[in-house]
Design a protein around this ligand. Structure first.
Ligand code: ZN
Length: 165
């Protein structure tokens, strides 16, 4: 992906003005807080994105570069906080693709189609958990997959009541 540097150079040629547009778009879609800076723009889920002059930028990558980071070749920008909607540069770091795969392993091994449910082979039970703001909240282990899924839904409802998001 062509980063901010490219946009910067391109826009410098076109009289500097449009650089602000991309950066402005970024901040217009960002709500800062003491912890995560949440992306409120498109899309509603997953990584934030900006379309600017026919090019698409990932918001977190953009943030990393706007705030002085330079993404090295073969590196990806990872969320330390685990919140993929977060664009706080202090929550971002660049890691290799291999490291990134390692981080994602628990999710990739998810053995259930239900959100927040995975099979615990050691105990031969379905494990239920809720992911909220990058934290994993353990709900319990159950004999039935559907039971685990129901408990996840309950727990999520309960937690969202106290969440400002
Ligand atoms: Zn964060």
């Amino acid at each position: 992906m062509l980063g901010i540097e490219y946009a910067y150079n391109m826009n410098r040629r076109r009289r500097f003005k449009k650089v602000n547009t991309l950066v402005d778009k970024f901040f217009a879609n960002t709500v800062k807080s003491d912890t995560c800076w949440n992306w409120i723009g498109w899309p509603a889920k997953r990584y934030g994105q900006i379309t600017h002059e026919g090019k698409r930028y990932y918001a977190h990558r953009l943030s990393f570069e706007i705030h002085g980071g330079k993404i090295k070749k073969g590196f990806v920008v990872d969320h330390i906080c685990g919140n993929c909607r977060c664009v706080n540069p202090s929550h971002l770091r660049q890691i290799t693709q291999a490291q990134n795969m390692q981080n994602q392993r628990p999710q990739k091994m998810r053995s259930s189609a239900y959100r927040g449910v995975s099979f615990d082979k050691e105990r031969m039970k379905w494990k239920a958990y809720v992911k909220l703001n990058g934290k994993i909240i353990y709900v319990g282990r159950f004999d039935k997959e559907i039971e685990a899924s129901d408990m996840v839904k309950e727990k999520r409802k309960e937690l969202l009541k106290f969440s400002t998001i």
